[in-house]
Unconditional design. Sequence first.
Length: 57
Amino acid sequence: MLELTDGSFAVIGLDVTADLDGELGEVQAARGVEERIVRLPRDVMLAALRDLQKSVN
């Protein structure tokens, strides 16, 4: 996960769109045609959350 110069974020992960696209309705979520569902390992996400919390405080 990285912060871009415009303040938005990008993630590098495994594209699982084909596997999970049909499940979005079950969680009341949707994606745009140009968007992909990306799998992030739990430890990567938790580390990113800790880093974000530090940068906000």
